[in-house]
Design a protein around this ligand. Structure first.
Ligand SMILES: *[C@@H]1O[C@H](CO)[C@@H](O)[C@H](O)[C@H]1NC(C)=O
Ligand SMILES: *[C@@H]1O[C@H](CO)[C@@H](O)[C@H](O)[C@H]1NC(C)=O
Ligand SMILES: *[C@@H]1O[C@H](CO)[C@@H](O)[C@H](O)[C@H]1NC(C)=O
Ligand SMILES: *[C@@H]1O[C@H](CO)[C@@H](O)[C@H](O)[C@H]1NC(C)=O
Ligand SMILES: *[C@@H]1O[C@H](CO)[C@@H](O)[C@H](O)[C@H]1NC(C)=O
Length: 260
């Protein structure tokens, strides 16, 4: 038996097995997602796992493949399907996924902290207009290819992870309409993020929102101005002004709490 046909047979087996292996993972991926989300309106009724022809999952609604005749998922867009449930962890098996749009559904619960290991190659992540809650995971900063990160109109609480600053490719970002507090990360200015990306939160501060100050800092600031003029007379005045503002602020905050 000559070596060449033997080798080429081996090669062929290798190719076929690696090929179907990859495809099988993506089929399992969609199967798991289908199992993990609730679909009260039947938008996923085309997701029938019976026809095993190459590329059959590419016809599923919301699914786009790299090639129509290959079960390898490029992007998933389930926007406005009325889906419910938690972030579908099965997405991890769609290892070549570049875009995930779950916006305008009723997804809820916290985002997994290891989100970067679930969607490592995603460039577009749109989870806007859902009911996701808890903190925005710092792990999102490890989804390094992200161009677009849309998290607006959810129930996120806590602070924005400063590590989001390290997303070098970001050109679209919003966390508007959540319950976030604390400082806005120092995003690259070239990004040109405006107030609309951060609006309607509990209390976000720092550019492009209002400067972050705490009342104690205000007192020190006024005290310093007083001192800098060199006139000993002004220091107590500055301090007095600071205390006065501090009290005014406390009263205002008190009123706001009272109204709630
Ligand atoms: C399986 O899917 C292929 C491609 O979508 C289609 O051409 C074929 O008719 C389907 N076969 C069955 C039995 O549904
Ligand atoms: C997802 O589909 C909707 C229309 O159903 C479209 O408006 C939206 O741009 C799509 N998302 C992405 C990331 O292409
Ligand atoms: C979410 O669920 C509520 C009640 O269960 C329903 O009224 C609303 O239309 C749903 N929203 C979406 C976007 O499906
Ligand atoms: C990001 O990935 C690095 C390297 O894998 C890891 O050490 C770090 O903990 C991750 N960061 C977050 C916030 O998950
Ligand atoms: C903020 O909330 C108001 C009132 O609900 C709404 O009209 C506006 O579009 C929201 N802005 C953003 C950026 O979400």
């Amino acid at each position: 038996m000559s070596l060449i046909p033997l080798l080429s047979t081996c090669l062929w087996f290798l190719l076929v097995s690696s090929f179907t292996g990859a495809n099988e993972a993506d089929v399992k991926c969609l199967r798991t997602i289908h199992f993990q989300v609730k679909d009260p309106n039947g938008y996923l009724s085309s997701w029938v796992f019976r026809n095993f022809s190459a590329g059959y999952i590419c016809k599923f609604s919301g699914v786009t493949c790299w090639h129509d005749d290959e079960n390898r998922v490029l992007s998933i867009n389930l926007s406005g399907f009325g889906l419910e449930g938690e972030f579908p962890l099965g997405i991890k098996r769609c290892s070549d996924l570049t875009s995930l749009d779950l916006s305008r559904n009723n997804f809820s619960g916290v985002l997994p902290s290891n989100i970067a290991s679930l969607i490592p190659s995603v460039t577009i992540l749109d989870l806007s207009y859902n009911q996701f809650s808890g903190e925005i995971p710092a792990g999102l900063s490890n989804v390094t290819l992200l161009n677009s990160l849309m998290l607006q109109h959810n129930q996120f609480t806590g602070q924005l992870p400063p590590k989001l600053e390290s997303l070098q490719r970001l050109n679209q970002f919003s966390v508007a309409d959540n319950h976030l507090t604390g400082p806005v990360p120092k995003f690259n200015e070239a990004l040109g993020l405006g107030v609309e990306s951060f609006a309607n939160n509990t209390e976000l501060c720092g550019s492009p929102m209002d400067y972050c100050v705490n009342p104690e800092e205000e007192i020190i600031w006024f005290g310093k101005i007083g001192a800098a003029t060199g006139a000993a007379v002004f220091a107590p005045v500055g301090l007095f002004l600071g205390l006065f503002l501090f009290n005014g602020r406390k009263e205002k905050q008190g009123n706001i709490r009272h109204q709630r």
